[in-house]
Design a protein. Structure first.
Length: 291
């Protein structure tokens, strides 16, 4: 896969005690077979379990009794990891001859992930997402390696998202290489975000306000240069997040690839926060954030 082989050589799969889905492990098997990856699986016992337990127990209970409750929770979670999650992982990965390392950690989800990244080089974080499960997604803006959030979809289609609000360097390169490696159809979507009418250059610098016609022309020019007849292209205008989700649904994407966008304004010119988190929450398909 050329220079982007390293994206999938060493994959970290963090699983929260709050939420477990076999789909993440299945995706890990799929990727590791394609890229001969090593899998590092860490089961994270979330500290908020302990805080919730403290609220439930009688306020008159001693510190020793509260500590005993905490130990019981940890033991229960460890047993769940050993008897369910790790057993699933062994059956899925070992049968395929895939290297896998397992461990259990206690703490806050994002913090544990960053600790693991500091201990060992990883090229991809592969994780699940449950809308009813409140996970802290600040790691999306704090880590500098790609994050794959597994969603629905079993088609063989990739949606690469380009926009006037991003340098559009990594997304085209990685999406074309992935399309070739996986044998999946590639769709390139260029969104002219009408809520924030600037042009971001290759270095990530924002321009002055541009006209809609100028932004559309720039998008058409880029799609023409990148396509080469190998990808289906879509040029739209509107909200970056809304048009991304709409197109993903329209083509029934398996994977949506998003780059380092620089959006700062939303509806009525109000500041935009956590765009990546909004996409993760609202887009049902798998998303690869190229941080």
């Amino acid at each position: 896969m050329g220079e982007h082989d390293c994206l999938f050589k060493n994959i970290l799969i963090p699983i929260s005690s709050e939420y477990y889905s076999k789909k993440v492990l299945l995706r890990g098997v799929f990727l590791s077979k394609k890229f001969e990856s090593t899998i590092n699986l860490v089961y994270i016992i979330e500290e908020k379990k302990f805080h919730h337990a403290d609220k439930l127990v009688d306020s008159y209970r001693t510190a020793t009794e509260k500590e005993e409750t905490k130990k019981q929770i940890i033991n229960t979670q460890r047993q769940a990891a050993d008897t369910i999650i790790f057993e699933d992982a062994k059956q899925m990965f070992n049968k395929k001859g895939i290297k896998i390392k397992e461990k259990i950690a206690k703490g806050e989800f994002s913090d544990i992930i960053k600790q693991e990244l500091s201990k060992q080089k990883h090229d991809l974080i592969l994780m699940g997402f449950e809308k009813e499960c409140v996970l802290n997604y600040r790691l999306l803006s704090e880590v500098d390696i790609p994050v794959w959030i597994e969603g629905i979809g079993d088609s063989k289609k990739i949606l690469a998202v380009l926009t006037n609000l991003a340098p559009n360097q990594k997304v085209p390169e990685v999406s074309m290489e992935l399309s070739k490696k996986l044998g999946w159809d590639l769709h390139m979507l260029y969104v002219v975000d009408t809520e924030d009418s600037v042009q971001v250059d290759k270095k990530g610098k924002r321009s002055e306000i541009k006209t809609e016609e100028m932004l559309l022309a720039k998008g058409m020019e880029l799609l023409g240069k990148l396509n080469g007849g190998k990808a289906k292209t879509h040029l739209v205008k509107g909200s970056l997040e809304k048009e991304t989700i709409k197109t993903a649904e329209k083509i029934d994407a398996n994977l949506v690839i998003v780059g380092r966008e620089q959006k700062k304004k939303g509806v009525l010119g109000l500041p935009v926060k956590n765009l990546k988190k909004k996409l993760a929450e609202k887009c049902e398909y798998s998303i690869l954030f190229l941080n």
